[in-house]
Design a protein around this ligand. Sequence first.
Ligand code: PHE
Length: 474
Amino acid sequence: MSGLRGEFSSRLGFILATAGSAVGIGNLVAFPVVATKYGGGAFLVIYIAFVVLICFPVMLAEIAMGRAAKKNPVGAFYTLSGESKFWSRLGGLAILTPFMISVFYSVITIWIMMYIVQSAIGNLDRLAEPAAFGEIVASPMLFVYFILTMSIVFTILAGGVKDGIEKAAKILMPTLMIMLIALVLFVLTLDNAVEGLRYYLIPDFSRIDSTVLRSALNQAFFSLSLGMGILITYGSYFNKEEKIVNTTGMVALMDTSVAFIAGLLILPAIFAMNPGVDVQTLSESSVSLIFSYLPQLFLEMESLLGYVGASFVATFFFVLVFFAAMTSLVSISEIPIAWMVDEKQFSRRKAIAIMALVGGALTVLASMSLGMVGWLSSMLNYGGINKSLFDVIYDLFFDTILPLIGFIVCIFCSYRWKRSDFMREIGQGDDKYASSLLASYVNLSLGTFIPLILLLVFANNVAQIYFGFNLLGF
Ligand code: PHE
């Protein structure tokens, strides 16, 4: 994708590549977990409002920046600011962030690979035991899966089999959707599942507090691949005749639908397996929640399909999640690679080798920080909690920094890049945009209350996560 600056051949190509990046562990694993922990229906309403009112305009801004500059994030800030070093340094944050996200994302992808193999070889019953997740993430077998997973990612990156990925995405994404819906229908036949459905779909507004607000915003940014240079880079491959608004809308809609359906699956499953549960006390650790409930859910299918049938469904499901994770992982890794090629004039091969070495080393360390190695497992202590290396990377790059980068993008587009140029870029190829209601909303909000909200959420992320202190007071 980088080197020679290509363009997506078709609108569908762009939508698929961007949706492939957007739909991933964030939708299938993280969304149901945060929705469960932070208020169910109340979280869902806030999440959707944030996607429409805040994230969508910021997505437009990132894509417009990329298309106007035809550069990676650092290059885009540099060119559009009239060659300011200050802004290009800020753009550097949008290189570092996807790099660090690729580290914790790889760790989770490795677990998924492990779950595929374990359910395929008949160990679904073991996976469904409550202690299994803790044992798995601390098992030295992880190294084997690390090598397997990394080989796949870097083969894809090196071969530039973008075509292959896009073709596969065309088949696998709809398969994932169909399978998700079929699983939802199955879950809804279980006793007590309706309780979960109620918790997810009927908002209890008294649950809304600043934690719900900031978690919903962090989650929406992560899920839409926003605030980390992805959309700037993808926008740079976007041709001038495309309607940015329509295409971005499709991507946001697809991403949000997958997250919503994953919620329809997981929340009722949790209630069905733990009748009368108080979900807020369920689990401290976010990611582990899903890794223990999914195998239990598949095991439930034993009565219907037999053990082999249930194991088959589980394996197939994890393969689809793995695929969604892969397309995301490739797109995250592409950002630092494109930066090294564009800005440092490295050959693509050298850039990939550096990424594999540095990213790989950090991934190994982060994998070992979940119980395998003591000092990595309780590396720092902040907010009153002992944190592992994995937690630190997750806190900083999933839970803290994304709204800050969103803030920078808003301020940049509204006050530094010539505003009229920015507006023209969004409307390029779309005659009706300039006079639309959306254009007035974007004009009004992107330089005013959107950055303000993003800055507040960022400040509260820092206060709550690192100092155990709630800035907003509710
Ligand atoms: N949006 C992806 C997900 O929800 C994750 C991702 C983040 C992908 C950053 C690319 C870049 O899983």
